[in-house]
Write a protein that binds this ligand. Sequence first.
Ligand code: 4LM
Length: 402
Amino acid sequence: MTTSKHIETQAIHAGRINDEQFGSLATPLYQTSTFIFDDAAQGARRFAGEEEGFIYSRLGNPTTRQLEMRVATMEGMDDGAATATGMGAVSAALLANLQAGDHIISSNAIYGCSYALINHMLARFGIEASFVDMSNADNIDAAIKENTKVIFCETPINPNLVVLDLAAIAKVAQKHGILSIVDNTFLTPVLQQPAQYGIDLVVHSATKYLNGHGDVVAGIICGSREMIAHIKGTALKDIGATISPHDAWLILRGLKTLPIRMERHCSNAQKVAEFLEAHPLVSQVYYPGLSSHSGHKFIGKQMKAAGGVIAFELDCNLSQGERFINQLKLFSIAVSLGDAESLVQHPASMTHSPYSQEERLAAGISDSLIRISVGLENSEDLIDDLEQSLAQLAQIKKIKAA
Ligand code: 4LM
């Protein structure tokens, strides 16, 4: 196990359990559902928590354990709980810390299924929610009630890339003794470590950059030893959204290149965002790496760089926007993000369709917003692809105007 403070070294070595038996360099994959006890008494001791050791892969697995400790180390946190999906992480973190009669304050714009979980599912179990614009932390303070237990947000926000002030949010949470949870999927610990600003729990969709190869759905929660033990012993143990050891193994492999992948995602996205901003048919670009963006002031402070996701609006109607997406050749039309392949999607009809149109507009997610995840291809090829589709759009607009 490494004690390095450098994230590039941690991404390769942190949490490693040495293979004493064979000396395997690569992480051994313990593809097993259950673990054999020496005798019945040992089984009883493990269930009672009197002896360390694995019992059953829903409760823990040696491959999964290495992933948990690696990501927790990278986040600068004590412990981690790996989950079957990012939503498994969000739901376990919330369900373990809320009960009927409690109140949660969420950012008004968040990933569509997180919104559905909080606004639709939790409501069925008597948990009340307020959705506020967290770009001003005073709005959070104003929404606090006697029964508020959790503050939840993402930054930058999916899909509109608004950046939130983590220190200001943690301050409100601490003042009122409320648990703060931040979804760090968009930036990863390479670019942002929410714990540094006093955030209690960090969740991820590991499906995205952490794995980075588009072949796994998974999630992870990082926090203090006590909080992770609580989540594992309640929501994860009894609801069961635990990760497959094989998926944990793939993410451990992907993580080794996370720091260098993030560097390329960011430099590619910066070039693409600058191209889009300069194009006459692009009316608005949302990317914190641009000096025109309200979140730009956080670069080099809260976040090392702006990440690989860009949102933008075109100067055209919705069907022309749809045509623009369809004409792209290198960008695949697909939801998700953080893969080597560049992706394009339409939040209003895809990732954020759990919002009603009214809720979406109130949350600052316009119907014409297009979101791209900039991959690891050559940036000139990506810009050429966007350019050819924009040129076709210009042609159509010209014909229509004539
Ligand atoms: C997408 N996102 O946006 P799983 N948290 C954030 C996310 O963006 C997502 C999840 C959690 C997209 C998926 C289709 C900030 C997902 C949920 O999909 O359950 O691993 O993560 O395109």
